[in-house]
Design a protein around this ligand. Structure first.
Ligand code: 13P
Length: 250
């Protein structure tokens, strides 16, 4: 059985002090939600503070990105072992990083290798843009991102990867996909691409999330789909009541 998983990607929002206040309010209301693995992904500057707030709780902590090199002259970057000092999870290949910061399937894969080496659980994002969606290229784009992004790790590590299907046209637009449409992309394109790399059993074991304008009002539509194991939440993860209600929708 795949355990339900919900992560809040706070993107570039919240100072360290604001992050502490937000996460404390959320965890106070989520004490009875142990059935869902819940992970907070604040910006780097707030990671240490949120770690403090999560001490002695079962909630997870994730970084939003990292570099693949172990250390060195890479001004402004954060190394895997620096992430590992505080976090258990790392988001890789978010569409905003692909669109604005030159992330490619190749760099996503280098980061995945580094995450494996440093015992970080990877949340790998895939998803087509509006233009790709409108020109009927969803299968090609999502399959390629999955095959190239997820390749060449050990089978046991592959099983631990979490994939987030985030159609770019649904991110921050208020126009979420539908449960059946997102489920179909995951079932027909993402899991088969994983099966090709690591076999059918691993493809069924890997957790796949939906992301893109998930709210308290539509979460259930996604969570009741057989191939959707949870959500990667952006905007709604900055609002206490919304996020709490999304996690409790399972
Ligand atoms: P929104 O929930 O704001 O659409 O963002 C989704 C996302 O990009 C999560 O990583």
């Amino acid at each position: 059985m795949r355990k339900p998983f919900v992560a809040g990607n706070w993107k570039m929002n919240k100072t360290s002090a604001e992050a502490r206040e937000l996460v404390e309010k959320m965890i106070a209301q989520l004490q009875d939600a142990a059935a869902v693995e819940t992970v907070f992904c604040p910006p780097f500057m707030a990671v240490a503070t949120v770690r403090e707030a999560l001490k002695h709780t079962a909630f997870g902590l994730g970084a939003q990105n990292m570099h693949w090199e172990e250390q060195g002259a890479f001004t402004g970057e954060v190394a895997p072992k620096m992430v590992k000092e505080f976090c258990e999870y790392v988001i890789l290949g978010h569409s905003e990083r692909r669109a604005y910061f030159g992330e490619t399937n190749e760099t996503v894969n280098k980061k995945l290798q580094a995450a494996q080496k440093n015992n970080l659980i990877s949340i790998v994002c895939v998803g087509e843009t509006l233009a790709e969606y409108e020109s009927g290229r969803t299968r090609e784009v999502v399959s390629t991102q999955t095959s190239l992004g997820l390749r060449d790790v050990a089978p046991e590590y592959a099983r631990s990867i979490i994939v987030a299907y985030e159609p770019v046209w649904a991110i921050g637009t208020g126009k979420a996909s539908t449960g059946p449409a997102a489920n179909a992309v995951i079932k027909d394109f993402i899991r088969p691409a994983i099966a090709e790399l690591y076999g059918a059993e691993t493809a069924q074991a890997v957790r796949v999330l939906y992301g893109g304008s998930v709210t308290a009002a539509n979460a259930q539509e996604f969570f009741t789909q057989p191939d959707i194991d949870g959500a990667l939440v952006g905007g709604a993860s900055l609002k206490v009541d919304e996020f709490v209600s999304i996690v409790k929708s399972f």
